[in-house]
Design a protein around this ligand. Structure first.
Ligand code: SAH
Ligand code: SF4
Ligand code: F3S
Length: 472
């Protein structure tokens, strides 16, 4: 354990004692809730926050009517920010009913100074703010908060701690996984790509890869704790390892991860098309543990716009890459992200995007309306009129959904391996699981199957999911 970790473990221990005192004082257990916005990185960060809070002794509460509520925020598009501002109003309502309640904000929005100023000024009921680079000091922040509550220290009741860059990686702090049998694993943090529309490099900082040794050790610990599927996480996993003292490629790391005994499935996210190597395609084709699903964000089909977006590939290169992948892994499910209405997008540019959608035939696609982000180069350019963007968005969405349904139905009648994740949310005689291709399957079963990989006959495809029957 390094010094950073030791210090934080000590802070968690201190906070635990203070919370015990506070619990005695208020004569009931204190509850908490964490709400996550945004991507898989944030979801993984929330597991770390929850782990720390449970260690301190807070009790998880399903609803947001808790004594401590933390929003882990996202700022990739403006609607993510608006959601947070909207929901803060509700939280304030709960706080008026419960004087013990504390409200915390963390995550990507907090790395924008203008957002922090706005919260300070217009949302005085927020008690705690921290950023993406220091979630691991949550124990320290809670300790400070409890010291004030107990009257041990005085001062500004509001705690704000935001760092503009990362310092070290704390590896061994408590985390509480959402699922017992699968887990995300950060292999790198930050992003150096600076796509012209994107705020992530500004709020997540420079690209940093973890060492293969630390990653493998974490996965071994996860296996010992019951995990059989891991999702390797990074904004651009294909550039993993380039800046390590001893450079390693992502394909090499993937092979090492597959070799960990007890791991049965490996996924990863996200792959930038510009540096997806043939070496990686080869590992995906030959390692049976690597799932046959690849998320390959297109953003736009127009070579002209791709250049403006700073994506480092054009339409032809993207299509050629898809061909190479499909030749080697014919049953792969491809999914993507597409932006509509990027500044200067013409009808011709948009038709190029539609053309790629027709040619690639994605199993599913996340489609986004371009959202200007302050500080990014694209935000200063002339925007496409809203009615034009909306019309294009509808046309794209319609085709993406039709094709997605057709592609998703292709396995009808086949028998495939399913990792059972949970009891079906609507019908408790069914369980829900995922195929290697990431598609969802519902079939009769019970709790004893959760976390197991079983063979299921995919009898019927209904839109984007299958109804099936387990086979012995
Ligand atoms: N690192 C990943 C993407 C992370 S953000 C990658 O490069 O693929 C997830 C998606 O949000 C992006 O793929 C993009 O499609 C979308 N996005 C990012 N910034 C956006 C913006 N300003 N407006 C609309 N969509 C955006
Ligand atoms: Fe954003 Fe581009 Fe980095 Fe993805 S690769 S996070 S889209 S800057
Ligand atoms: Fe959002 Fe931050 Fe992820 S901006 S998409 S939560 S990295």
């Amino acid at each position: 354990m390094n010094q950073l970790e030791q210090q934080q473990i000590k802070n968690i221990e201190d906070a635990k004692k203070l919370l015990a005192k506070r619990t005695e004082e208020v004569k009931r257990p204190l509850t908490f809730h964490v709400t996550t916005f945004g991507c898989q990185m944030n979801a993984r960060d929330s597991e770390k926050l929850i782990g720390i809070l449970e260690d301190i002794g807070y009790v998880w509460e399903e609803s947001e009517e808790a004594d401590l509520v933390i929003y882990n925020t996202c700022t990739v598009r403006d609607n993510a920010n608006q959601k947070v501002y909207g929901k803060l109003g509700y939280l304030n309502g709960y706080k008026k009913k419960n004087p013990l309640m504390k409200i915390g904000l963390c995550g990507c929005m907090m790395q924008e100074p203008s957002v922090v100023e706005k919260i300070k000024k217009s949302y005085p009921f927020v008690d705690l703010m921290f950023g993406t680079h220091n979630i691991y000091i949550l124990g320290e922040l809670i300790k400070k908060m409890l010291e004030m509550d107990l009257g041990i220290t005085e001062g500004d009741r509001r705690i704000i701690s935001i760092w503009d860059q990362a310092s070290g990686i704390a590896e061994e702090l408590p985390t509480e996984r959402k699922y017992s049998f699968k887990s995300g694993v950060n292999i790198m943090f930050g992003c150096d790509n600076f796509c012209s529309y994107c705020i992530v490099p500004y709020v997540r900082g420079r690209e940093r890869s973890r060492s293969p040794k630390d990653i493998i050790q974490e996965i071994e610990r996860l296996v010992a704790d019951g995990v059989i599927e891991v999702m390797l996480l990074g904004q651009n996993v294909n550039s993993y390892g380039k800046n390590l003292d001893e450079p390693v490629t992502f394909a090499e790391l993937l092979k090492e991860v597959c070799a960990v005994p007890g791991i049965e499935r490996v996924r990863f996210m996200t792959s930038h098309p510009k540096d997806l190597s043939d070496e990686l395609i080869e590992v995906m084709a030959t390692e049976p543990k690597v799932c046959h699903h690849l998320h390959l964000p297109l953003q736009s089909g127009s070579s002209r716009l791709l250049k403006e977006m700073n994506r480092h590939y054009d339409k032809e290169q993207y299509l050629a890459l898809v061909d190479r992948i499909r030749n080697r892994i014919p049953d792969i499910a491809l999914t993507t992200d597409i932006i509509v209405g990027y500044p200067g997008e013409t009808e011709e540019d948009f038709l190029d995007t539609m053309d790629v959608v027709e040619k690639v035939r994605y199993n599913s696609a996340f489609t986004f309306i371009y959202s200007p982000r302050t500080g990014t180069p694209a935000a200063k350019k002339e925007q496409v009129p809203e009615d034009v963007t909306k019309d294009r968005f509808q046309r794209l969405l319609k085709r993406v959904q039709q094709i997605g349904q057709e592609e998703s139905a292709k396995l009808t009648g086949a028998t495939a391996k399913v990792l059972v994740e949970q009891i079906n949310e609507q019908d408790d005689s069914l369980v829900t699981g995922r195929l290697s291709t990431n598609e969802t399957v519902h079939f009769p079963g019970d709790e004893s199957l959760i976390g197991k990989i079983v063979d299921v006959e995919l009898s019927e495809c209904r839109g984007f999911y299958y109804i099936g029957e387990m086979v012995d």
